[in-house]
Design a protein around this ligand. Structure first.
Ligand code: FAD
Ligand code: NDP
Length: 470
């Protein structure tokens, strides 16, 4: 009989378990958390998500930098390409307290307080607990209605574990995972195509999303727009022949690839948890667990955090923060709720796109276009100038309320190191920064981020937004 069981040893589950150990002697006996058998400790982020993805992205950028280096006359730049998950596990997810234990078992509910854990070999462990946290994340979806999709396709889970180059690759889908993977595959020199059925980066500012894909096209990624896959077949040559429908022209088209990767969204594996038995409510469409602001499910002592929860961002830092705060609340250390507003994020495409707050479309929808002021600029990073790289898509915009104070509602930045740039400004926006305050912020010269502190051309003015000179 334990006080707390955390099911899932990924970002959210680990953060929750690690936080609780602080009060070990004061309140509790034991803590257990389970992890799935697919990969080691650390969940999606460390094994098949953020970390290997960022390393591949970096490898691809270094490839481009090597090209620049010839122009810049730099003598030594080395391409370091490593996706060792064991290193990442050691770096990110070590258990700092030997009293925190974990079992490498797959957990499912037998009754509201009992978890049945099964090892890979089928050995059973039964544990009961007063409180239970579900943090089992999501897994990539396959479009099973497409013939051959499951048999011949791979997902991002597989991509980072391939022993050989994927070769000529078709990536289906047009969101974060698709564009990021297609970006680094192109960057390391592979013939890469993205199949997009509708718009890129749904939910993001669409002007920015178009610039992201435009840059990718100029970088060498091919795009099949308004296309829907219909079947995948294996040819005698072992290549995969993909057939799709072009919904613009109504025609059926086909091409062959070495690898087909599905990036058509992720879904939680709630069935395996046996949630119906205990009455934990899920969204019937998405399968995700419905939680309230306290991360509480429909069953009073069962909680859920991270990708498994309905309506939350599918991001590592939000899973971690939610897991930590939940542990603090469960054990009386704090009553603070997780704040999901103004979560910054970055899409690690060849030209990165970072943002925080509302898109221009969302701001217009919420406040009306007459009440919104958008400041924008096309700028040229210094390193692009020297290396004579095209900077057509290096763009930023700030969406503000139009009233006297001009509170900033959203900030969008496309360019090098967008994640680093947006992370800092996110603090200001979280604190309610206004346009005049931003204008009083002194830039750091020469950086790309300093251009944000100089934004002065409004979209409404129609003036040329290209930054000129220093
Ligand atoms: P997970 O990290 O998925 O952990 C869930 C764990 O639970 C897993 O170990 C799983 O095996 C285990 N589990 C599942 N079922 C059971 C069971 N029945 N019993 C026991 N254990 C179980 N986010 C970012 O912020 N930045 C990025 O750059 C980024 N890049 C990404 C790139 C890719 C390719 C992908 C796929 C995702 C990326 N994400 C990124 C999203 C991020 O990885 C997730 O939001 C985050 O890992 C969610 O954490 P979690 O704890 O909810 O779930
Ligand atoms: P999304 O659900 O965001 O996007 C799925 C994409 O696949 C959409 O473009 C969708 O098109 C398309 N699609 C869906 N079904 C089909 C189909 N049957 N045929 C063709 N296309 C299809 O999923 P992702 O997997 O990209 O990302 C999941 C989450 O992971 C993200 O929301 C993000 O939070 C997280 N993540 C974060 C990263 C980061 O922080 N940098 C990086 C990677 C992931 P349509 O728009 O038409 O529906």
């Amino acid at each position: 009989e334990y006080d707390l069981l955390v099911i899932g040893g990924g970002s959210g589950g680990l953060a929750c378990a690690k936080e609780v150990k602080l009060t070990w002697f004061v309140y509790f006996t034991f803590f257990f958390f389970f992890l799935g058998t697919k990969w080691g400790l650390g969940g999606t982020c460390v094994n098949v998500g953020c970390i290997p993805k960022k390393l591949m992205h970096q490898a691809a950028l270094l490839g481009s930098a090597l090209k620049d280096a010839q122009i810049l006359s730099l003598s030594a730049l080395f391409l370091f390409h490593s996706c060792s998950s064991s290193l990442n596990v050691r770096l990110c997810c070590f258990l700092p307290n030997r009293k925190v234990k974990y079992f490498n078992v797959k957990g499912s509910f037998s009754d509201p307080h009992t978890i049945r854990g099964l090892t890979k070999g089928g050995k059973e462990t039964i544990l009961t607990a007063e409180k239970i946290v579900i943090a089992t994340g999501g897994r990539p979806k396959y479009p099973i209605h497409v013939a051959g999709a499951l048999e011949y396709g791979i997902t991002s889970d597989d991509l980072f574990w391939l022993k050989e180059s994927p070769g000529k690759t078709l990536v289906v889908g047009a969101s974060y995972i698709s564009l990021e993977c297609a970006g680094f595959l192109t960057g390391i020199g592979l013939d890469t195509t993205v199949m997009m059925r509708s718009i890129p980066l749904r939910g993001f500012d669409q002007q920015m999303a178009s610039l992201v894909t435009e840059y990718m096209e100029s970088y060498g990624t091919k795009f099949l727009k308004k296309c829907i896959p219909t079947k995948v077949e294996k040819l005698e040559s072992n290549r995969l022949q993909v057939t799709w429908k072009n919904t613009d022209s109504g025609t059926e088209e086909t091409d062959s690839f070495d690898t087909v990767m599905w990036a058509v969204g992720r879904a939680p594996d709630t069935k395996a948890l046996n949630l119906e038995t205990v009455g934990v409510k899920t969204n019937s469409e998405t399968g995700k667990i419905i939680v309230d602001a306290r991360e509480a499910t429909s069953v009073p002592h069962i909680y859920a955090v991270g990708d498994i929860t309905e309506g939350r961002p599918e991001l590592t830092p939000t899973a971690i923060a939610a897991g930590k705060l939940l542990a603090q609340r469960l054990f009386g250390q704090s009553s603070e709720l997780m704040d999901y507003d103004n979560v910054p994020t970055t899409v690690f495409t060849p030209l990165e796109y970072g943002c925080v707050g509302l898109s221009e479309e969302k701001a217009v929808q919420c406040y009306g276009s007459d009440n919104i002021e958008v400041y924008h600029a096309y700028y040229k990073p210094l390193e692009f100038t020297v290396a004579e790289r095209d900077a057509t898509q290096c763009y930023m915009k700030m969406v503000c309320l139009r009233e006297r104070e001009q509170r900033i509602l959203g900030l969008h930045f496309i360019g090098p190191n967008a994640g680093e740039v947006i992370q800092g400004f996110a603090l200001g926006i979280k604190c309610g920064a206004t346009y005049p305050q931003l204008m009083k912020t002194i830039g750091i010269h020469p950086t790309c981020a300093e251009e944000i502190t100089k934004l002065h051309i409004t979209k409404r003015s129609g003036l040329d937004a290209t930054v000129t000179g220093c």
